[in-house]
Design a protein around this ligand. Structure first.
Ligand code: S3P
Length: 429
């Protein structure tokens, strides 16, 4: 599918974002392990989270959906059943990695696969530590690639320092550690998103953070919860925030967005660049901080240097931060972001090559990008490469280019944000 995007002048109004994707996956997975029925409000209903839900259905979990809330009938920690078929994670790395961790603790055989893009993404980062915990896992290319076949067992506790900045790896190990009879310790030197820790604690697990980097969890005997309320996704809001900042006129309010500090790098960076973004009405939903965002357009941005320390706090927003940098004065340098090469597409390559089609001046580096701001962009025909965040970042750039652009493969946006283009159209003029 393709969409045509015309230049805009103003972003104005009030909106809400679909539920946070990371928290939605965790809500589905961990509610399934509770002793009761959990009511999830604001669940993201998109391709990626549907993949998690379908895999859980194959494992015997029942869901009821009334269009507003999704009820998950928890099966307890030991209640999942051996599926009759292969589990398909689709395009979703979070589904594949977190689910594999969970399956590592189940006393039955499963196979997990995914779409073409997911089948070439690295998995040894989870298979190695899960094998150390005692799970039998094998996969293609020396256990690096899906499909993975898993025969789980009662596991040993894990004591592991993350060698890559990955919340998916951390969460996969925590999911396995639920089945480990003992105390697991994970060192996260990068402070990656901590939604798993917050949700497991909300569901009654004894999980603590010691200092900034050290997570300690005692394997629980049961999990319990009643209601999980999911905030709007700051990674989805990022496209609207950047669009509102770049628009010559207008003010946008985005209500009920998750503002977990491990995810708010986009706000910090845009503010340093000169953007006018306010966070108001701060509150909390089941251990997760939430706020409303007020973003004003018409300002001037300046280039910035973004280094390794900041990267985990904005890793998914780099495509759209690159777009903001194209309209800033001076150079923006993004370093220490080689993980971008193993996302839904090689985002260092796809982001730079697709934006170059609009005339952007971007240099690809092995671990980042150098972006020269201030050159005019010209509408072009671009491709999403099947990557949702690229589709939406290109659309954001196209709104501030001269003349019309066409984005091929625009349906990729549905992985995390169904109705993205309609929502944007409703606010832009
Ligand atoms: C996610 C973690 C990040 C992020 C992804 C979602 C999660 O991936 O890029 O979109 O929900 O845990 P990595 O763990 O590979 O960094």
């Amino acid at each position: 599918m393709e969409v045509k995007i015309k230049p805009v002048e103003k972003i104005e109004g009030q909106t809400r974002m679909p539920g946070d994707k990371s928290i939605s996956h965790r809500a589905l997975l961990f509610s399934s392990l509770t002793e009761n029925t959990v009511e999830i409000e604001g669940l993201l209903q998109a391709e990626d989270t549907l993949a998690t839900r379908n895999c859980l259905s194959e494992l015997g979990v029942e869901f009821e959906d009334n269009g507003v809330k999704v009820m998950v009938k928890g099966k307890g920690l030991r209640g999942l059943e051996e599926p009759g078929n292969i589990l398909d994670a689709g395009n979703s790395g979070t589904t594949a990695r977190l689910l594999t961790g969970l399956l590592a603790g189940q006393p039955f055989y499963t196979t997990v696969t995914g779409d073409h893009s997911l089948r070439i993404r690295p998995m040894k980062r989870i298979t190695e530590p899960l094998q150390q915990m005692g799970a039998l896992i094998s996969g293609r290319r020396d256990n690096e690639h899906l499909p993975l076949s898993i025969r789980g067992y009662d596991l040993l506790p894990v004591n592991y320092a993350l060698p890559v900045a990955s919340a998916q790896v951390k969460s996969s190990l925590l999911a396995a550690a639920l089945y480990s009879h003992g105390v697991s310790e994970i060192i996260d030197p990068y402070n990656t998103r901590d939604h798993t820790e917050r949700m497991l604690s909300y569901l009654g697990a004894d999980i603590k953070k010691m200092g900034r980097h050290h997570i300690i969890m005692k394997s629980p005997s049961r999990l319990e919860g009643e209601i999980i309320r999911i905030p709007g996704d700051i990674s989805s809001a990022a496209f609207f925030i950047v669009a509102a900042v770049l628009a010559p006129r207008g003010e946008l309010q985005i209500e009920g967005v998750g503002i977990n500090p491990s995810r708010t790098g986009i706000i910090d960076v845009l503010r340093v660049m000169g953007a006018d973004i306010q966070v108001i009405n701060e509150r909390e939903y089941n251990n997760e901080p939430v706020g409303d965002l007020l973003v004003r357009g018409g300002g001037n941005l300046k280039g910035i240097e973004i280094g390794s320390e900041m990267i985990p706090r904005l890793i998914d927003e780099i495509p759209v931060i690159t777009v903001a940098a194209l309209f800033a004065e001076g150079e923006t340098v993004i370093k220490g972001a080689s993980e971008l090469r193993v996302k839904e597409s090689d985002r260092i390559q796809t982001v730079s090559r697709e934006l170059q089609k609009m005339g952007a001046s971007i240099q690809e580096m092995p671990d980042g990008l150098v972006i020269r701001g201030g050159d005019k962009l010209n509408g072009a025909r671009c491709s999403s490469h099947g990557d949702h965040r690229l589709a939406m970042a290109l659309a954001t750039a196209a709104m501030f280019a001269e003349n019309e652009s066409v984005i091929n493969g625009s349906e990729a946006a549905d992985n995390s944000f169904p109705h993205f283009f309609e929502t944007m159209n409703g606010l832009a003029s």
